[in-house]
Write a protein that binds this ligand. Structure first.
Ligand code: PLP
Length: 390
């Protein structure tokens, strides 16, 4: 454990309840909750007051550069029993080469997280909360990084773990999950079918799939908090994010709301760009059609595993964030990914995963169209290490 200081408030948590993201109904914080009665994601609500902002900001100066520095904005009850493997505190790197001329591009490189991806942030919180609320086992369906992260954090917490992966999931993912002691069910042609298979199994396993419990979004939220700090308490003009279930967009949007409520942020919000693959782009299609929800993608096809998500339970939250910020959604062609990974390695010394390459390609398209303008500041997410899919 690295953070020994007490919360800057009076020792209480600022988190006070759950809120249904659809209806606004309240839920109890310290009870196991998955989806709300309306079938929508629960989000954690905090009591926030601009008077507490300056002390919160000052306290950060004394704390280690990792996810747990934002403790007042995290929902953990038993602080000393948090499950920590060194997550968060990732670099924000200014790119000078291999980027569109005249645009200030920063890469938020999440590949240095434990288990090699940003999924560590969400699963650190979800597993911490699952254990403190009484879980003995956890499960989810995933084609890649979420499975590896859950297996690792469950091992660290001493919880049983079960994952379901599609039949064509990379071998590395299956082996890494087994290495961490997880039971791996290989079933289904895609995430939705693997999920159906998982639901058929018995046992006391809590479901930790994206936005089907309230805490992974809290972990992902810290990416937004870090960006604000790394940019000197300011915001970029754009955030380009490879989007599957969309926890990152939902989480960062929430982070900015919370910093604003603390009086630590004002002004125009960054425009979110949701990046998906042309072979599985439900959010892009719904955005372009003006829909509030995204109908499931019928035959998802992509080797960019993190983006092969045919249906997002938080679709309306992602779409709302894109529209409210004046953002957009971009689909990227599969065959451009590998070329982009090679280009970035060769021209800029960057080793990016396919999802990060997709985000960089979206940046280039938006810059070429003049949508992202010269002089603007853009944060692009590189979310996972390519080695996880080897
Ligand atoms: C490397 C990578 N990038 C992006 C995503 C999509 O993330 P989100 O669920 O936050 O949209 C995933 C999800 O699996 C992933 O593994």
């Amino acid at each position: 454990m690295s953070v020994a200081d007490p919360p800057i408030s009076t020792g209480e948590r600022w988190a006070d309840r759950l809120i249904c993201s659809k209806t606004g109904e309240s839920g109890e914080l310290d009870r196991p909750e998955f989806l709300s009665p309306a079938g929508a994601p629960w989000l954690v609500h905090y009591r926030l007051d601009a008077a507490a902002g300056p002390a919160f900001k000052a306290a950060l100066a004394e704390r280690p550069w990792n996810l747990w520095r934002y403790r007042e904005l995290l929902p953990v009850k038993d602080w000393d029993r948090r499950v920590e493997l060194g997550e968060g505190g990732t670099p924000l790197v200014r790119l000078e080469r291999a980027v569109p001329a005249g645009i200030e591009v920063w890469l938020k490189d999440e590949s240095g997280n434990p288990t090699g991806s940003f999924k560590a942030r969400g699963l650190a919180l979800a597993i911490t909360r699952a254990r403190e609320l009484g879980a003995v086992g956890v499960q989810l369906a995933s084609a890649g990084n979420a499975a590896i992260a859950m297996a690792a954090y469950a091992a660290a917490a001493g919880l049983c773990c079960r994952v379901a992966v599609p039949v064509d999931a990379p071998r590395t993912v299956i082996e890494r999950c087994r290495l961490h002691g997880a039971q791996v069910i290989v079933a289904g042609r895609n995430l939705a079918e693997s999920g159906v298979e998982l639901a058929r199994r018995e046992g006391d396993f809590w479901e930790l799939s994206t936005l089907k419990e309230p805490y992974r979004a809290e972990g992902k939220k810290t990416m937004g908090l870090e960006i604000v700090e790394q940019l000197g308490w300011s915001l970029p003009d754009w955030i380009v994010y490879p989007t599957g279930g969309g926890t990152g967009i939902v989480g960062m949007d929430k982070a900015f709301d919370e910093l604003e409520a603390l009086g630590l942020l004002a002004g125009r919000r960054p425009r979110f760009v949701a990046v998906q693959m042309a072979g599985c782009a439900p959010i892009v299609r719904a955005f372009e059609s003006g829909l509030e929800h995204a109908p499931p993608w019928e035959s998802p096809r992509s080797r960019v595993w993190g983006l092969r998500v045919p249906r997002a339970i938080g679709d309306f939250l992602i779409l709302r964030a894109l529209r409210a910020t004046g953002g957009t959604a971009v689909a990227v062609e599969e065959e451009r990914i590998e070329i982009e990974q090679k280009r970035l390695a060769c021209e800029a010394g960057l080793l990016v995963g396919p999802e990060g390459a997709a985000a960089m390609l979206a940046l280039e398209s938006l810059a070429a169209e003049g949508r992202i303008e010269r002089g603007q500041r853009v944060v692009v997410f590189q979310t996972g290490h390519p080695g996880n899919y080897a």
